[in-house]
Structure formats: structure tokens, C-alpha cells
Ligand binder design. Sequence first.
Ligand code: NAP
Ligand code: HSE
Length: 466
Amino acid sequence: MSDTLGIALVGCGTVGGGVADILLRHRDRLAARAGRPLALRKVVVRDPAKPRDPAIPRHLLSTDPRAATHDPDVQVVVELVGGTTVAKAVVLDALAAGKHVVTANKALLAAAGAEVFAAARAAGRAVCFEAAVAGGVPIIRALGESLAANQVTAIQAILNGTSNFILTAMDERGLTYAAALAEAQRLGYAEADPTLDVDGSDAAHKLAVLAQIAFGVAAGPHEVERQGIDALDPMDIRFADELGYTIKLLAEAWTGPDEGERGRHGEGEKERAGLSSSPPLPLSPSPPPTRRVALHVAPVLLRHTDLLAQVRGAYNAVLVHGDVVGETLYQGPGAGRGPTASSVVADLIDLAVGRAQRTFAAARLWSGADSGFAVEPTERVRSRFYLRLLVADRPGVLADVSRALADEGISISSVVQHEAAEDGGGPVPLVIVTHYAPTGRFKAALAKIGRLPAVAAPAVFYSMGD
Ligand code: NAP
Ligand code: HSE
């Protein structure tokens, strides 16, 4: 049929297999939703002999990406290879050849969003990427379209399904970290290089994509501060639980109402913590001052009752604070074949209908235009902190640690130290929960604590989400 949308998949692994399955099994449903047929015309893979589910007709298979990007019967190239080398070449080649692009590749968008989007604009084509963040959760459309009347002021999100799966499995099933990671890989949640999942990089890439939509900032690779779950000690999961908290890998973006204070607190909490507000900005002529946004990924202690604490397994959730709407929450399966393919195919339908092209042109993402926001380090993000030290069990140690915190204006909310074993004498864990403090002041206190002779190992610390 002449108005058929011709589609080529470059990559047919976990996600590509899911997309092929929907395209081959649900032709009628898709044609009804799109108002025209969607046809799978090419499937490019590394190894054409590999058994695939679904089986791909032999005549569609190729190992040459140019068979997809230069096929005149293909209007959309779906990049599902991953990484930033082959994938980038495929995407740029497809755009140059006049194809629209759909991708689930957040690493590529974070690393080369400006280049890819400039190429798309130059070619008069669209790039769609709903599947790149939070798998089956339609957060790209929600943020870019449904919340368009708002200025987003903060985002708190669970964006890596693999990490959340591992944390849940360790917490609820007592699995080791290694066993839980192996299961996540087997279920198709992990990246080809799972280091990206567990060291916070994948969530950082996704936060960079959300920050582009929400704040118009193109966060460079080092501007999203990140800490993963790869060094998380099960001892901290247990201490957190004892305190009434669950540890989650959170991706967060904080702006503030002014230049001085930002973070997970309201004015009342700031006063309770004994810290003064920053002075109001002086009245100044236009242009308005640049607003700042801090972006970071790290394990955070959330109260058991917190909505995000209850997000389990490979599910993702994104809490968005908008200045008009207030707080909205989006939740669903964040990784794996079906959920991710669901978002890819939604983009294909939008392209078939013609919606995606208009949205792409209007949004002007990664255009380099001044959005009024700039990325800043997290030093001024205010938080309560969980601090675990390994200390000599002798008089005066707690006083020394308290003094180092007090010197930075940080007060202690609670302390946990269990009695040493009878055969003790070695260092013991000391857990301290602080009141609110700016991250920079807390880190300055940590530097002093690290120099105390009684402290036997580097401090372990995490933000608290309340
Ligand atoms: P995957 O299972 O490893 O599949 C990669 C596919 O790319 C395979 O079909 C592979 O071919 C093909 N490929 C690799 N190098 C190639 C080359 N040089 N030329 C042609 N084909 C090549 O990866 P995936 O999990 O589907 O992920 C794909 C993308 O989706 C990544 O960007 C990932 O970050 C993103 N994503 C994944 C998920 C998820 O849950 N898995 C969720 C959201 C987004 P063979 O099959 O022959 O090896
Ligand atoms: N590896 C990613 C995750 C896939 O675990 O979240 C979804 O982007």
C-alpha cells in the first residue's frame, strides 16, 4: 500500500525483538491506531544466524546498517544497537538519508544530543526517544507535552530498572549483589555493559535527557554527579531498615526559588534545622538572573512509607514538581523487552500519524537556545545525611565526630551504635543521622572526620529523602 510506513530495525536483541514482535503480530491494531499500515522492511543485526524470537524472515535480515538507512521503502530507522559509536553513525546516516529516527539510546542522547538533533533539523526529519527514559513509562510525552504549561522545579526519580531490581532482591529475598545482577541480566533489564547500570551512569544519562526537556540544559558527561549501588554495603541496607528507611538509587534535579538554597525541604524545615535562608535577590533590571539546577544520581534513604520507596523490582517512577500542577507521579515497568518495545512502537505510531514531526519541530530540544537555566554542582543542595563510620570503641570518639559536624553548623538528629561483641576491641560501626545541611558543608565536615585518629575507614554517607 502506498501510504504504508516502512520501518527498519537496526538491532534486534531484547528491545528490537520486542518491537519486531509487535509489528509482526499486531498489524491490524497498529494500522487502526495509526490510520495507515506499519510494515517491517529490514532488520539489521550482527549475527544473522542467531535464533530469534520472533523468527525474522530471512529476506528482511542484513548485517549492513546501510541496507536500512538507504532503503527507499524505509521511512523510519529504529536504532536499537546501543552504545555511542555504531549507533551514532547509524542515526546520523539515517537522518542524512532522509529517514526519521526512533531510538531507545539514552547514552547516545546524553553524549551527542546536540549533534543528533542538529542533523535532524538540517534534514527536516524527527528523532523520537520515548523508550530512552523509564522504559514503558511515557515520561517524555508527560514532561514535554502534558506538563508544558509548567516550569518544572524538581524531579526525583528511579530511572534504572536493573539497580532497583538488585536493591529489591537484596532487601526482600536476601540475594547477594552478584546473584541479583545476574538475574537482572538474564531478564533483559541490564545494559550490554552492566557497569553503566550499577555505577549510576545509565540513570545519569536518563536524567540528562529529562533535564534537557524540563530545564533546557544540555548536561555534559560530568555535570550529572553520580554514585551507583556497586559499592553499597548490605550493612547499610540493614541500618537503614532499622531506622525506618529503604535505600533507592535516585536521580534528582533540584532548582530553588532563589540563588541560595535548594533541595529536598520547605522553609519550615530549613528553620527547624537552624539554618538561615539566603537573602532575597536584589531587585535588578532585566535580563533575569540565570536559575540553577543541580543534577545528581546517588543512593538515597527513603522512609518506608515514601511513594518512591515502594517502587519494586525493575519498575521505574518519576516524581515531577511543576509550578502550576504541583506534584505528579509516573510509574511503571522501566526496563525489559515488552515495556521498552511498547514505547518504541508508540513513537512509530506518532510518526505514522504525523504528530511526532510537529512535536519535534516545536520542542527545539538540544538547540543550544538559552533556557535561563544552568547546571551547578550539588554543593548547595540541602539534605539530611546518613553517615556510617567505623570507629575505635573508646571514650571521646562521638564527641570528636559531633564537634567536626558542629564546626560546619550541622546538628545531629540521631545516633545508632550497637554494643561491641564480647570478644570485641576492634572498630565498630557508628551511624549518625544529621539534620538538614548544605551538601558542601557536610562534605567539609567529612574531611575533618576522616582525619580523626579513631576513624578506621573512609566514611559511608547517603542523603536522606525526607
Ligand atoms: P541487546 O539485546 O544487546 O541488542 C543489541 C542488538 O544490536 C542485537 O540485535 C545485536 O545483534 C545488534 N548489534 C550490535 N552491534 C551491531 C552492529 N555493529 N551492527 C548491527 N547490529 C548490531 O540490547 P537491548 O537491550 O535490546 O538494548 C538496545 C538499546 O535499547 C540500547 O540503547 C539500550 O540502552 C536501550 N534500552 C534497553 C532497554 C532494556 O530493557 N534492555 C530498555 C530501554 C532502553 P545480534 O542480535 O546479532 O547480536
Ligand atoms: N538497563 C536499563 C535499566 C534499561 O536497567 O533501566 C532501561 O533503560
